[in-house]
Structures are given as C-alpha cells and as structure tokens.
Design a protein around this ligand. Structure first.
Ligand SMILES: *[C@@H]1O[C@H](CO)[C@@H](O)[C@H](O)[C@H]1NC(C)=O
Ligand SMILES: *[C@@H]1O[C@H](CO)[C@@H](O)[C@H](O)[C@H]1NC(C)=O
Ligand SMILES: *[C@@H]1O[C@H](CO)[C@@H](O)[C@H](O)[C@H]1NC(C)=O
Length: 339
C-alpha cells in the first residue's frame, strides 16, 4: 500500500514536474498517460498484488481491450513468462534494466526455451531485462545451444530501455512490427533473428564469447523469405561492441534485409562485414547495407562485394518510423516521456 501510494505520488510529481499541460502531453507523447493506467503490482517479497509476473498476467481477463500496467518491483524473477495471444494492451514496467529481470535457462529449442514469450498485439515493456542464463554469462562447460531470452510474435510491440541477454539466438524477433529503443541486446551467435519488421534505435549490441579465442560472432540472422515480405531489421544510431570478432549478419532466409544506419562499430566488426551462410549464389536478393557507419570497425575496404549501397530514397523509406508505423499505433500506446 505504502509502495503503491509512493509510486503514484512520484508519477504525478514527474508528470507535473515537466510542466506540460495535458493537451500538450498528448500531442507530444501519445494519448495515454502511463501513470494513470490501472496497475497490478508484482513484488517477489509479497508486498504487491502478486509474487510472480505470470500470475499477474493470468489475472487479466481474456480479450482484454484496455491498457493495463503490470508494475514489476526490482528483483530477479525466476520464471518463464508468456503473454498469450488473447491478452493485448499490457504494459510491463520494471524499475530499471539492471534492477528488474526475468531469468530462466531453458535451451535446445527455439519454441520452448524463451524466458519471455509475447504472443499478443499491442504490448509495451520498459525498464526490464529478459535473460536466458544458459551460457549467459558464458560458461565453457555448457554446449552452445539455442537458448532464447525473448520471443516476440505479436504485432505493434515496443520495448524501451529493456535488456535481452543470452548467447545463441537471444532475441527471436519473429514477426510483426516492433520498436526497440535504448535497449541492450547481448549474445554471440545469431542473437537477433527472425522475420520481424523492426526498428532498433540507440540500442547497444554486445557480442560476447566463451573465451578470448571463441571463434566469430554473428549479430543478426534475418528471416525475410520473399521479396513481397515487409520484414527487415533497421538499426539506427546503435552501438556495436564486445569481446570477439563478429559479422553484422548472415541471411536466415534468401531475402534477408538488415540496415545499419549511422551506427558506431568498435574494432570487433569483421572487415567482410557480412557472411553469406546458406545463400551462396543468391547474393543479389539479400539486402545487407550500412550507411554512415562510424568507429574503428567501420572501415569498409574489406567488405563483401555484395553489400548493398542504398539510394537516398530507399534509405529514408527504411529508416523512417513509417517503416513500422504508418497508422499511428505507437502514439496510441502508453509512452513514457523519459524513454
Ligand atoms: C475472446 O474472443 C474470441 C474471438 O472473438 C471469442 O471466440 C472468445 O470466446 C472470447 N473469450 C472470452 C473469454 O470472452
Ligand atoms: C548520428 O549519430 C550521432 C551520434 O553518434 C547523433 O548525434 C546524430 O544525431 C545521428 N544522426 C542522425 C541523422 O540520426
Ligand atoms: C582500412 O583498411 C584498409 C585495409 O585493411 C587499410 O589499408 C586502410 O588503411 C584502412 N583505412 C583506415 C582509414 O583505417
């Protein structure tokens, strides 16, 4: 109770502290003020409405149609969490990506290992980390196996200041339109993969290894399967760093599409930049591109010849927010002004 009250006072103070009138707030940050949403509190030590995140989700009725916040107090929650298809409009809010985390260690299959599975449309998460602890942090005893930290398959889903930590196949950006801002995504092999239609903005991509000579990393394995498919991963103003040499990506399917725009690469990026994997002979169908790369890893002298040079029009189409949102779904979501 004390916690609830304090939280509300804090939110109201923050809200007015910025000195924005309501109408101004709505125009600038969307129509929903997150601090006034109905809220369910999760606290592992028993002071909230629920002790686990899943029980809070389970308490929301099927076919939910109004935004509801699940506020997750700082702590490590050891559970696999699923937001089922029939529970859209959930806003998961942690207390910080280094403070609130969900951790599980299932492995061996992409469809059963995810620590967090999000099947519903219209899901927002902020300030929370999803970790698959099988090989994160890296342990040299474990075999390298698929171990998904988050599987996102609903449409219209946004992640602000979230962490996604794993080793192989960390973030399954499977399908739907997604936005990631100020997130940290960590892994070693194909650690952002799938056929999502996504913009990653001002996010950190951290490449980890099991030893100093742990082979080569691969950041993305994008899964666009035909030229009519709208999927693609767009990285805007992102940072790539880590402890082993890495490819920016390899195609999981033959029309893979990945663009790094205005991003900063440490020296770990392999001179070739990209790997063709199983799509040899179909290089002309793959759209792997960079524009305005900076940092020690941006020297493009050694890049594969089939890296695509995008014209200005294609570049602005792909890097515009319209790529994922041409109907305004993002402004109808609870959007934190501090995000
Ligand atoms: C939810 O909506 C679906 C599709 O409209 C319907 O079949 C189902 O019965 C609804 N469930 C509940 C619990 O209302
Ligand atoms: C490019 O990135 C820099 C930071 O490295 C940022 O200051 C600048 O605004 C970005 N430019 C665009 C067009 O996003
Ligand atoms: C880029 O890499 C090439 C080949 O390794 C090297 O000759 C060149 O000096 C590098 N350029 C810069 C600006 O570091």
């Amino acid at each position: 109770m004390a916690f609830t009250l304090l939280h509300h006072i804090l939110c109201i103070a923050l809200f007015f502290g910025f000195g924005l009138a309501n109408a101004q707030f709505h125009r600038k940050f969307g129509s929903i003020n997150p601090s006034t949403l109905p809220t369910i509190y999760v606290d592992a030590s028993g002071y909230g409405n629920f002790k686990t995140i899943q029980s809070a989700i389970d308490s929301i009725p099927s076919n939910n149609s109004e935004w509801i916040c699940i506020y997750i107090k700082a702590g490590e929650y050891r559970e696999q969490v699923t937001i089922p298809k029939d529970k859209p409009f959930i806003y998961l809010k942690g207390e910080g990506k280094r403070k609130t985390s969900v951790v599980w260690d299932a492995h061996g299959s992409i469809t059963t290992s995810a620590t967090f599975t999000s099947e519903a449309d219209n899901i927002v998460a902020k300030s929370i980390t999803f970790r698959n602890s099988y090989n994160n942090p890296p342990t040299s005893n474990n075999q390298v196996l698929v171990a998904v930290a988050a599987w996102i398959l609903g449409d219209k889903s946004a992640f602000y200041r979230c962490g996604f930590l794993g080793f192989q196949d960390t973030l399954w950006d499977h399908q739907g339109r997604h936005y990631f801002k100020l997130c940290t995504i960590e892994g070693s092999v194909d650690f952002i993969f799938g056929a999502g239609q996504s913009i990653y903005e001002r996010s950190s991509l951290s490449v980890i290894s099991r030893s100093e000579n742990g082979g080569i990393g691969v950041i993305t394995a994008q899964g666009r399967a035909s030229k009519d498919e709208p999927s693609g991963f767009i990285f805007k103003n992102c940072n790539v760093f880590g402890s082993i040499q890495t490819y920016l990506g390899r195609p999981w399917r033959d029309y893979a599409r990945v663009v790094f725009y205005n991003s900063t690469f440490s020296d770990i990026v392999a001179p070739e930049g990209w790997d063709i994997w199983n799509s040899g002979g179909r290089e002309n169908q793959i759209m792997f591109a960079e524009h305005g790369s900076k940092g020690l890893g941006s020297n493009n002298t050694g890049r594969v010849a089939w890296e695509m040079k995008l014209d200005q029009k294609t570049l602005s189409t792909l890097t515009s927010m319209k790529f994922i949102d041409n109907e305004g779904w993002m402004s109808a979501q609870p959007f934190n002004m501090l995000a």
